[in-house]
Ligand binder design. Structure first.
Ligand SMILES: [Zn+2]
Length: 295
């Protein structure tokens, strides 16, 4: 069985693993992005390659944040959570003499691809909730990229017209309300002493502090609205929610399921399942491996 190296590039860390979709992961690891610079993330890649050198693999599948121009292969426009990482092909992170092919796609697309392979489904919509909000649409087990590669940017759909400033330059995006960074920025703006909390801290503080409670609840409401609209437009039979904040339970999957179901038509409810990502924080890595297996 061929093995591949899957790498999932997040805003704060790289997750990586060697394995196959059938055999699972032989090895899994994480490296922190301590400094948001191209030099530093190139070093992160070298550290990963060093760590997996004992494992035989035939290629690399990398998930990256940002929108990828399918014509040039480069990240296009503002990459909100890794701003230095734009106008570059993600394959350029690897050394010039690297012997393997490097395939890459948007991180949320790869998470959705991996999850769609675990459940019988025709149309799967995957959502990642973390520093940002990502979306990926899988039709009959294939990633839907749109005309130029920019499909499924759920995080940058409009939640509030003329609303909060988003990292992407637009205003009122879902990400500015429902992502972890969005919640922090709103707490900061309201001069909350809890603006610097990590996700577990946010969850526990939301039980006692009315402002944290409201901002987190608003984020969940905007996400529910977006998922209801996605369902009505795309008629998926599977919606999978993943990403660091969902893994930690920032939002309640049972509540999301119940609320989305109460806001869509009977026809759209009929075949729909809404689930937590089963690969958990390894979904992006597994998606990278599946991308290689398909090539
Ligand atoms: Zn945005």
């Amino acid at each position: 069985m061929k093995q591949y190296l899957g790498i999932d590039m997040g805003a704060s860390s790289f997750k990586y693993g060697v394995g196959s979709s059938k055999g699972g992961l032989l090895h899994f690891g994480t490296v922190r992005i301590r400094e948001k610079s191209l030099e530093h993330v190139k070093q992160n890649i070298l550290d990963i390659l060093e760590d997996v050198k004992e494992y035989p693999y035939q290629g690399v599948g990398l998930g990256t944040p940002g929108t990828i121009d399918r014509k040039t292969g480069k990240i296009l426009g503002v990459n909100p959570n890794l701003q230095f990482f734009t106008d570059i092909s993600p394959a350029e992170l690897f050394p010039k003499d690297f012997p393997h092919t490097v395939l890459y796609d948007n991180d949320a697309n790869l998470m959705a691809l991996a999850e769609s392979c675990l459940e019988p489904c025709r149309v799967c919509y995957g959502v990642t909730v973390g520093s940002g909000i990502g979306g990926g649409l899988i039709i009959e087990k294939n990633i839907f990229h749109g005309a130029s590669g920019f499909a499924s940017e759920l995080g940058h759909t409009i939640a509030v017209l003329g609303g909060e400033q988003c990292n992407c330059g637009l205003q009122g995006c879902l990400e500015a309300y429902a992502s972890v960074d969005g919640i922090r920025r709103q707490l900061q703006k309201a001069k909350s002493p809890f603006a610097g909390l990590d996700v577990p801290g946010m969850i526990s503080r939301s039980k006692s502090d009315p402002l944290v409670k409201r901002v987190v609840a608003d984020g969940e409401t905007y996400l529910i609205r977006a998922l209801s609209n996605v369902t009505t437009i795309l008629n998926p039979d599977l919606i999978v929610l993943g990403g660091g904040a969902m893994d930690l339970g920032l939002y309640d999957i049972n509540k999301i399921r119940k609320e989305v179901f109460s806001r869509i038509s009977l026809a759209h409810r009929k075949d729909l399942k809404i689930k937590i990502a089963r690969f958990g924080n390894r979904a992006g890595v597994m998606g990278g491996i599946i991308l290689c297996e398909r090539a």
